[in-house]
Design a protein around this ligand. Sequence first.
Ligand SMILES: C[S@@+](CC[C@H](N)C(=O)[O-])C[C@H]1O[C@@H](n2cnc3c(N)ncnc32)[C@H](O)[C@@H]1O
Length: 266
Amino acid sequence: MTSIAAVGENYQKFNPRAYLQNNYMPPRADFSSEDCAVPWKLRCLAEAFATGEIGGKTLIDIGSGPTIYQLLSACDHFEEIIVTDYLEVNRQVLRRWLQDEPGGFDWSPYLKHACSLEGKGEHWREKERKLREKTKHVLPIDIHQPKPLWSSQVQEPADTLVSAFCLEASSPDMESFQRALANVTTLLKPGGHFLMIGALEESYYLAGEAKLLVVPVTEADVKETFLQNGYRICQFRTYVMPPSLKIGVDDVRGIFFVNAQKCEHE
Ligand SMILES: C[S@@+](CC[C@H](N)C(=O)[O-])C[C@H]1O[C@@H](n2cnc3c(N)ncnc32)[C@H](O)[C@@H]1O
């Protein structure tokens, strides 16, 4: 049995560069194929925001890691975006991107693809500028604490939460996954939406020297956890990982996308 503390300790070996290489470069990020994993994730997010039903003052991204793709279609719909991660190395990668420091990961194919999906004729450089401008804080977070964000910079619950591959990848078992959702739900206003992307039936992934254990979750587990935490599920989509994308960096079977709304009376 692995404990939450042991998971946290293991994350100290997480290598952001290796993680980006494994998951956010070809073959997983092949923009010439809509059936590829990364374009699928961007499409889920673009379509959810295109409904016009999700927006407000603040969006919090839970466990951003070293990535920003999950915010590309969100940035038009909020005044302020807060990115968060457990690890200082990842928060540093995020701050460097926000400050446009040289030598960082090249997100331009993602920005171009998101602009093309949205079909509003926006130039990718404009989206990049807007996302940098709206991202006001890079904060530490621990989803296993009853109060996951302890910063005084967050005064009130957010209008929307986004989280990608964080809860299952930071929880040693189903019980902690369920409790983590309860903890982060305190950061969301009643009536607000939670857009979550995650791994289906994955038990580990690699990020350089680190082998991170993941609690394997099914579609039914994810739906039940949201319902138990007082959400209404607006949309649930799944992606089956094709054999060509099984490249030895994890044992993920598929990806889920859920758009859930926190009920007003909770
Ligand atoms: C698989 S990565 C996901 C990164 C990014 N969101 C993405 O979509 O690729 C898991 C992330 O969870 C973060 N994490 C680990 N333990 C955590 C905890 N207790 N609370 C919040 N985040 C945690 C890690 O630092 C890492 O950035």
